[in-house]
Design a protein around this ligand. Structure first.
Ligand code: UDP
Ligand code: MG
Length: 138
């Protein structure tokens, strides 16, 4: 089934000028970029986006990181986009990620791991409208 997922190039990867390499990997792997913008989240906005993790010990540090500099948010479309993009990203901890994955190539540690991707249809349905209006995705 053709589906949509929300991808983010995180502040570490944008600052390191790895964004174009990551976007190239997305296109090579068959993802269509349906929407894309560069924004700088406030800490409050990052806390809202990651609200599902509010009880986790890394919540404060994660949301500080996600608001330290600009990010690139993208709506990606493809058959099986959610699962396939998670595979292309690699595991949360870049040190454990498979060779050739985005996080293996561009991640630094378990927090500064270069990219985000929706982990389910339910998260995609929260995350896509968090950043994009219906009008932007027509
Ligand atoms: N994170 C962290 N420490 C951890 C686990 C996660 O700093 O022990 C950060 C990391 O940036 C991760 C994000 O929190 O990408 C969201 O965590 P999640 O478990 O949802 O991982 P993901 O879905 O991004 O692989
Ligand atoms: Mg997650």
């Amino acid at each position: 089934m053709r589906e949509r997922t929300l991808g983010i190039i995180k502040p570490d990867a944008v600052a390191a000028k790895n964004a174009s390499k990551i976007i190239d990997m997305l296109e090579v792997n068959g993802f269509s970029i349906i929407g894309m913008k560069k924004i700088h989240l406030t800490k409050e906005q990052a806390k809202k986006f990651y609200i599902v993790h509010r009880e986790r010990p890394f919540y404060d540090s994660l949301t500080t990181f996600m608001s330290e500099g600009p990010i690139i948010v993208m709506v990606l479309e493809k058959e099986n986009a959610i699962e396939d993009y998670r595979k292309l990203m690699g595991t949360t901890n870049p040190k454990e990620a498979e060779e050739g994955t985005i996080r293996k190539l561009f991640g630094t540690n378990i927090e500064r791991n270069a990219v985000h991707g929706s982990d389910s249809m339910e998260s995609a349905n929260f995350e896509i409208p968090f950043f994009f209006s219906e009008l932007e995705l027509m």
